[in-house]
Design a protein around this ligand. Sequence first.
Ligand code: B12
Length: 342
Amino acid sequence: MEFDDALTSRVKELALECGFARVGVAPAGPVERAEAFRAWLASGFHADMTYLARNVEARFNPAKLLDGARSVICLAVSYSPGRDEPDTDAFIARYARGRDYHRVLKKRAQALCDLVRAVEASFVGRVFVDSAPVAERSLAAAAGLGWIGRNGSLIVPGLGSYVLLAEIVCNLPLRPDDSRQSGCGDCRKCMAACPTGAIISEGVIDARRCLSYQTIENRGDIPADLWPLLGLCVFGCDACQAICPHNRRAVSGDAELTGSAGEKPLTLKEILTWSESDRDRLTRGRALRRATHRMFLRNAILAAGNSGDPSLLPLLESHQADETLQPYFAWATKQILAAGRQ
Ligand code: B12
């Protein structure tokens, strides 16, 4: 295939102008790893995220997502705090502390499409941000943005793994980048740091044990054996990323995503007193919105139990009457009372 090197360089310059920290190109053809993905599904590691089992072929072949597709422009933005941030007693995963990344990245990618079209009128492209069956990490790795770490995340040299991904599948003949070697070396800190042992082998996560799945995706009940392991997690978990040496060295990321643009950190006291409309108002425009009011309460009650903080007991009691939260309430109360006796 003939590639247009001048156009490739111009597209990459424009991507940086649109606010992306990294850009790379992958060919719009079959991506290796479809078999590993199928094996992951067959093991049941996807829990109840049954949508992942649909359209596996398209997920690993972006050519199926656009007629005439030739290239995938892979884009990354950093949300790294760039320092050790003090956490409150309600742990919110870093990716969800700022504005909703789907919106932020989509807007920037659409602006990039407009600029590319102005340079090359024949451009046709489709933007994806976690919005369709697209193997985003595999594509980003194929486009040389970084490597897949033992924690399963894409690690970008200089940025670490606190990055979010977007793609533009397009018809332009862009030159693909080379993929990179892993930079994890012998380090296995992430595997040891996972509170639930969810990293069952290198880069393979059993979502059923992952606290990110349990607190953000699981709309039913969290298995009781995980309650004490949840720690203070109310929305997601960063244990396998916070320990990563590549994140300790990373520079700070985008203010829109890190929450440094003005979002106030949440506390257990606040969440435990939220009404449905408080939750609605305070999660608007944020990735936090994915959890329902009941999920926030369920998670905050468990975190309160793990905090051992007696000042939270009266707030817990206000949820006693909710039948669906009753087992969590009973357990958390017992934990706090037991902590007080020690
Ligand atoms: C389902 C999902 C989850 C699930 C399952 C996670 C998992 N590890 O599979 C849950 C809810 C647990 C989850 C958690 C998180 N998620 Co999530 N999630 C997704 C989603 C929608 C699909 C991922 C998927 O298909 N998983 C199944 C596994 C088997 O596939 P995979 O992770 O892509 O793994 C493949 C690659 O690693 C590849 N591979 C491995 N080695 C190599 C080597 C080479 C050379 C190549 C080419 C490929 C390759 O093979 C694997 C199998 O096919 C993607 C968005 C998307 N459409 O891709 C976001 C996504 C992966 N999530 C993201 C984030 C931010 C998170 C959290 C950090 C959020 C949090 N803090 O709570 C955690 C991290 C947990 C972890 N350690 O993985 C980001 C990750 C960015 C990054 N730096 O990697 C994504 C890409 C969203 C985005 N648009 O930015 N997530």
